[in-house]
Design a protein around this ligand. Structure first.
Ligand code: SF4
Length: 230
């Protein structure tokens, strides 16, 4: 069996084993759906200097870029575009639940661990759960553990787009969430489930984000200022 992450499904034909793993030692491994990664360990000499391999699906070059509401995914990963992960994690669109929740899991149980309901928004809003200091629950060592399937507000916005473009993108997901709430759709029911259990969060710390943005800018200007003179 192997996974086909883009189809979000298992298939019977095995994928080719990476060259590094082609030896006669037996392999131990597991798939962690929370980070969409396969972990493998190959050992046979009882020494404590072995290697654990972690493989995660990544879009191959040239594959179709994710789109939502006719908008294309953004790709910038500069320091400014990473700030929301630490202070204001992006909200989910209605379509994100099916993409993020691994197949076969109860979405309500899964949401209790991975999502929070924002209680102070005019429209039902689900966001990633938070770490102790407010960073996104899926942020590991500066990397997004769900990058390929990141929530709409993470994947379709960046800090360089115009306000008009950001507003168009926001309006599309807000309308989708309003429509879902009107028909008591899954997004609304998950939001209500978390809200009733007290699994809520606040929007995030905008002033901390702005302060860090100012700090990044200061560092950048210092580096430019201290660069080689012509
Ligand atoms: S889901 Fe990923 S991109 Fe979005 S806030 Fe969390 S770590 Fe950042």
């Amino acid at each position: 069996m192997s996974t086909t992450p883009r189809a979000n499904a298992w298939k019977v034909e095995p994928l080719v084993l990476p060259r590094k793993l082609r030896n006669k030692q037996c392999k131990n491994g597991f798939y962690d759906p929370a980070v969409n990664a396969v972990f493998l360990h190959s050992a046979g000499d009882s020494q404590d200097d072995g290697t654990v391999w972690a493989y995660r699906y990544r879009n191959p070059r040239g594959c179709v870029m994710r789109e939502q509401f006719g908008f294309r995914r953004t790709e910038c990963a500069c320091a400014f575009c990473q700030l929301p992960c630490r202070h204001i994690p992006g909200s989910l669109d209605v379509s994100d639940l099916a993409r993020l929740c691994p197949p076969g899991l109860d979405v309500f149980r899964w949401a209790e661990e991975h999502l929070r309901a924002l209680a102070d928004r005019p429209v039902p809003t689900l966001v990633p759960a938070r770490q102790a200091k407010g960073a996104c629950h899926w942020l590991f060592h500066g990397q997004c553990a769900v990058h390929e399937n990141a929530p709409y507000s993470c994947a379709f916005f960046d800090s360089h787009m115009t306000a008009a473009e950001a507003n168009r993108r926001s309006a599309a997901t807000l309308q989708a969430r309003k429509d879902d709430a009107a028909r008591e759709g899954l997004y609304y029911r998950v939001w209500r489930h978390l809200y009733r259990k007290g699994l809520t969060a606040t929007f995030g710390d905008k002033s901390a984000l702005l302060e860090e943005a100012r700090e990044i800018r200061r560092c950048f200007e210092q580096r430019v200022g201290s660069g080689p003179k012509a």
